[in-house]
Ligand binder design. Structure first.
Ligand code: NAP
Length: 320
């Protein structure tokens, strides 16, 4: 694989978001750049307009990577030809797959669609990564578990998803692992962050709009702050130990507790939150009761737990 020649950029690439060269490099002639400073590593991010994709782009850009960020409009991961073209053009060292559908209820009624994005797309990416010698980070979910465990799920627990979404995500993990051993599979849970569709933003917006807010009391996991998850993913990739990771903030909670804490920090603590049980919401897809996870591999590698979600929430709310 050779480095891309920018003069041949295709229409596909024209919608990419690339981080510019650092100033100390951009003023040097190309040949001198290579001699004077080691070239930055390149990461191609898929699903780059989503919540985690945006944070990955920001994080890797800050830490000196050359980032080729591709939203769905630039790269549909279910198109093998487009994926091969994109990897050949970007010439990445690493591909971070943040593309997915996390629409749990739609997945339940449209399994073909769910599996296309959550299994076939990752399979295509992983095969292409193997072909071009690229490492891959593939992001997965706590919904691979059935939620019946007391305490924390670890990598030793066998996935038994309740929903089509969870099943399609398990299938995606398997497909990636089967295609390449140079993979980091990263399960996370209940992402919140600025941008994208997520409960954290919605709860504050609804309170400001005076819209009714319901908080589920009988479902527990770990709300995880997308910027912290992105930073941890970068640390993992830097360590270079391939494997299956659980990456979450610290501290289990229900959605009700999370909403209470978010509104209090946002100065909206008087807002009424109606406590509801998950079953009362008549949603199509079943949700697991408790999917708080911990990561045996991170512990083994000496990685400190990420901060508590309540501490991260202070930073999050400051954006609103
Ligand atoms: N959000 C959570 O609470 C949560 C919890 C646990 C695990 N996860 C996992 O974390 C990862 C990132 O989730 P997220 O919260 O960042 O989701 P998100 O905000 O919905 O982002 C996913 C992105 O993937 C894009 N996408 C969908 N189909 C695609 C395709 N065929 N090709 C390329 N891109 C496509 C979407 O584009 P469009 O919007 O244009 O369709 C969207 O921008 C996913 O693997 C998810 O399963 C999320």
């Amino acid at each position: 694989m050779t480095r891309p020649d920018n003069s041949h950029k295709s229409g596909l690439e024209s919608t990419l978001i690339e981080t510019p060269l650092p100033p100390e490099l951009s003023t040097l002639p190309a040949a001198d750049r290579e001699l004077s400073v080691a070239a930055p590593r390149t990461a191609l991010i898929t699903g780059a307009a989503g919540l985690l994709g945006c944070e990955m782009k920001a994080r890797l850009g800050e830490t000196g990577w050359r980032v080729v960020a591709m939203p769905r409009t630039a790269l549909d991961i279910t198109s093998e030809d487009d994926v091969l073209r994109a990897i050949e053009a970007a010439c990445p060292d690493l591909l971070v797959n943040c593309a997915a559908t996390a629409d749990v209820d739609r997945c339940e009624v449209d399994a073909d669609w769910a599996y296309a994005i959550n299994e076939r797309g990752p399979a295509i990416l992983a095969r292409a990564c193997r072909q071009f010698g690229v490492e891959i980070v593939h992001v997965s979910t706590d919904y691979v578990f059935d939620g019946s465990k007391e305490g924390f799920y670890t990598q030793e627990d066998v996935p038994q998803p309740l929903s089509v979404y969870g099943q399609s995500k398990v299938a995606g993990e398997v497909a990636v692992r089967e295609a390449t051993s140079r993979c980091y599979i990263v399960r996370t849970s209940w992402l919140f962050g600025v941008g994208g569709k997520n409960f954290g933003s919605r709860v504050i917006q609804n309170a400001r709009d005076g819209a009714p807010i319901k908080g589920v009391t009988d479902q527990t996991s770990i709300p995880s702050y997308a910027p912290d998850v992105s930073a941890r993913i970068e640390e993992i990739v830097t360590l270079g130990v391939h494997g299956l990771y659980h990456v979450t903030s610290t501290g289990p909670a229900s959605w009700f507790e999370f909403a209470r804490a978010a509104l209090a920090l946002a100065g909206l603590g008087d807002t009424e939150i109606e406590p509801v049980r998950r079953g009362e919401l008549n949603q199509r897809a079943p949700r697991p009761h408790n999917t708080a996870m911990k990561c045996l591999l991170s512990e083994k590698l000496g990685l400190e737990p990420l901060r508590h979600w309540r501490d991260a929430l202070v930073e999050f709310v400051a954006h609103y």
